[in-house]
Ligand binder design. Structure first.
Ligand SMILES: [Zn+2]
Length: 56
């Protein structure tokens, strides 16, 4: 299941408010608020998904 990059809610890819492709990864936002939040501080959310990988 894909998650909204900002609020971490599960998001159906077909129902996502918007999808953003960055550095080969696809990020989804569930609503305009989450999109605005992501655009305000994209580095914060992108780094979060990276650290998730090393946590096992
Ligand atoms: Zn969201």
């Amino acid at each position: 299941m894909t998650r909204c990059i900002t609020c971490q809610k599960p998001v159906n890819r077909n129902k996502a408010h918007m999808s953003i492709k960055l550095e080969g990864e696809l990020y989804l936002t569930c609503c305009p608020l989450c999109q605005a939040e992501f655009e305000k501080n994209p580095g914060k959310y992108i780094r979060q998904s990276e650290s998730k990988r090393s946590r096992r």
